[in-house]
Write a protein that binds this ligand. Sequence first.
Ligand SMILES: NC(=O)c1ccc[n+]([C@@H]2O[C@H](COP(=O)([O-])OP(=O)(O)OC[C@H]3O[C@@H](n4cnc5c(N)ncnc54)[C@H](OP(=O)(O)O)[C@@H]3O)[C@@H](O)[C@H]2O)c1
Length: 395
Amino acid sequence: MNAALKDSIRRPSDSRESILLTGGTGLLGSYLVRDLLLAGRSLALIVRRDRKRSPESRVDAVVRQWEDATDTELPRPVVLAGDLTKPLCGLDEESRAWVRWNCSTLLNNAASLTFRGSDPQAEPWLTNVAGTQHVLDLAHDTEIEHFHHVSTAYVCGLRSGRVAEQDLDQGQEFGNDYERSKVEAEKRVREADHLATATVYRPSIIVGDSRTGYTSTYHGFFAGLRLGHTLLTRVVKGSTSGPALLSLLGVNQSDRKNFVPVDWVSAMIAHAVQTPEARGRTLHLTHPDPLSMHTVGSVIQEAVETFSDAASPDDPDLCDEEWFADNLRSQLDVYQSYFRNDPDFDRHNTISVAGHIPCPALDRQTLLRMSRFAIETDFGRRSHSPPKTAGVAAV
Ligand SMILES: NC(=O)c1ccc[n+]([C@@H]2O[C@H](COP(=O)([O-])OP(=O)(O)OC[C@H]3O[C@@H](n4cnc5c(N)ncnc54)[C@H](OP(=O)(O)O)[C@@H]3O)[C@@H](O)[C@H]2O)c1
């Protein structure tokens, strides 16, 4: 337990103003930490150890990177060592007493983004379903009133047409186990009648920062980019193209996919968490103007041809296109369910709660900036922090 926690457990605050957050070390979670701290909210984070660092040093690293990026001194959140896969998230008696005294709001953002796995004793089920139940039990135990839960727009599974924000289980088919697990999690949240309110956020596919291109995870768009990058560094430049790549994968170029920048998703959630009128609603945090797969393919092509080092024809490791096509298909197989037209996500609640925070356009220049960041940091293999971001406003 960190010093701030020990201190405040002896001196309980008058009001329970701290927000308890899970998943603060991940991509979206680190932006939520930044935006909520900049808005002057006091935070407590449930964080597990990683292989090398304690929960405290992991949280310190997240806050320090934002201090550097924003040139602003930020307060340190209270750190509660815990893991969603354990009952009551593994929080000891003292930590739970602190939560009871100091928090009336919990923002459950942690999840496993493992797409495949049917064993309920393994991911994504352990964290997403059993874990969500443990967070709900913790909320009950600590008398949390307002529960906020980060889900995904793809709880709609393989539905087409218009998907309303209140829809959940409509008997739809699913593309993968991750989607199924997120539906189960949302059901548990909706059934938790000990809560005063439960608010659900459903982002579509999260990409990097619209201003700086920063990202720390490389799913979705970045998985396609990484394969384009590998292609260029293993086969001769010009031997294939973005659109050719898409047809190789059986992607229809006129299909549209819904991508959203991480800074916008965070700004929307940070605003809604602090807005009583948002409570109890479900918000589709989706882009009003989805991208065509043709645009995605041609941006990937331009990005790798501009930022990746092309293979030399004399390279002994050079591969032929057939080798690449086979690899491409097997590596992108896990994303197969996403190679289709997205449904039309209703945004009624989203607009009514935070219509004044417009979703940045994902134009060519913005996508190229994100691609450049990913390629220059070798898709996370080179250490990287968020670049300087001048003028990030409190939400
Ligand atoms: N990325 C997308 O495209 C996307 C789209 C729609 C919705 N979402 C949702 O947005 C949320 C954040 O996703 P993200 O992209 O930011 O994911 P991410 O970068 O992979 O972060 C996941 C976070 O959850 C934490 N976590 C996972 N399992 C845990 C456990 N058992 N106990 C404690 N903490 C645990 C991770 O902690 P460690 O650092 O210790 O691993 C990390 O902080 C998730 O709920 C996800 O389902 C994401």
